[in-house]
Structures are given as C-alpha cells and as structure tokens.
Design a protein around this ligand. Structure first.
Ligand SMILES: [Fe+2]
Ligand SMILES: [Fe+2]
Length: 186
C-alpha cells in the first residue's frame, strides 16, 4: 500500500467524523438543545483521530517528502489549514461549558458548523494534492513513509484506542439518527 492510499483510508474515517460534526450542528441549530456528552465525544474523536493521529502523520512524514519541490507551498498551505482546524476545535473545547451557561446553544452550533466547513474544504483540497503527490513521489519513497506511518500507528493508534474510537463513532451515529427535532415543532 502506498502512503497516499493509507491516508485516503484515514479520510474515510475522517469523513464519518465530519458527518457527525455537521449533523450535530444541525441538531443544535434546529432544536436549541445541546447534547453535551455527545458534543464532548465528537471533540474527543477530533482530537484523537484527526488531530493527534491523521494530521500528525501528514505533517511529520508525508508532507516533508515534497520539500524543495513545486508542491512544497501547497503542503505548507495544508498545514496552515490544520492549524485553523486545531484553533476552532480548541476554542469549542475550552468554552463549551461557559457558553452553555452564559450564551446558550448558538455558539456551540456555530463552532461545529465552522469546523465541519473547514474540514470539508480541507479534505477536498488535500484529495487534489494527493493526485499530484503520487505523480511526484516515487514508490520507494512512499514505502519509507509507510514505515514511518507504521511507527506512528504503533505509538498513537493501538488496537484498543482504535476500537474505542470506532465504538464512540457507532454510538454517535446511532444517537444522531434518533434526534428528530423537526417533528417537535421547533
Ligand atoms: Fe490534512
Ligand atoms: Fe488528510
């Protein structure tokens, strides 16, 4: 498997998380109610899978391979976008309880929406980058990057952690389907 295919596989999981971020933003906008424990779970998934694992792989092993090439600027721009995502997630994480106390549900819905929009645009841009990357970075180099990915996976995404993430995601997907706010006259 190439490093790019490996990241594309991660992206399938990132898209599942993205769907939950967007869905919960809609639920909160539609009902005015914040399912706090669910939102906290989403933030844990973002932190554990997207930030500390997937973006880490891209930043530490994948993007550096195009240093000095015509793709370097684009790789740097993608890393700047990661930083934007981190800031949005951190802001929501740090302020969640205070916003709920002082401002109600709207800022929570707005931050989730901002994160979903960021992630959508970022993934789309990155998928285009992947195609150019594969044209430039040869198989041998990609297999070295895969070795680095294996190390990161051992260190940051053991089987137990992955099982936990998958079960949290399953649970959120089930619960999100149960919020029928449109039928409650809101
Ligand atoms: Fe990325
Ligand atoms: Fe990515």
């Amino acid at each position: 498997m190439s490093a790019t295919s490996n990241l594309r596989e991660d992206h399938r999981m990132v898209r599942r998380i993205h769907r939950m971020v967007r869905r919960y933003s809609e639920i909160i906008y539609g009902s005015g109610y914040v399912p706090v424990e669910d939102v906290k779970k989403i933030l844990i998934l973002v932190e554990m899978f997207i930030d500390a694992y997937h973006h880490f792989k891209e930043e530490c092993s994948y993007f550096p391979a195009v240093k000095g090439s015509m793709l370097e600027d684009e790789a740097r721009a993608l890393m700047v976008e990661h930083e934007l995502g981190r800031r949005i997630a951190r802001m929501l994480n740090m302020n969640l309880d205070a916003w709920l106390r002082e401002q109600g549900s709207e800022p929570v819905a707005r931050m989730l929406k901002a994160y979903a929009e960021y992630l959508y645009v970022h993934m789309d841009r990155e998928e285009r980058f992947f195609a150019s990357y594969d044209a430039m970075v040869q198989e041998q180099e990609q297999s070295k990057i895969m070795d680095a990915f294996d190390t990161i996976r051992r260190e940051r995404m053991g089987d137990d952690r992955l099982r936990l993430i998958l079960s949290m995601l399953d649970e959120l997907e089930q619960r999100a389907g149960g919020y029928d706010y449109d039928d409650q006259g809101s």
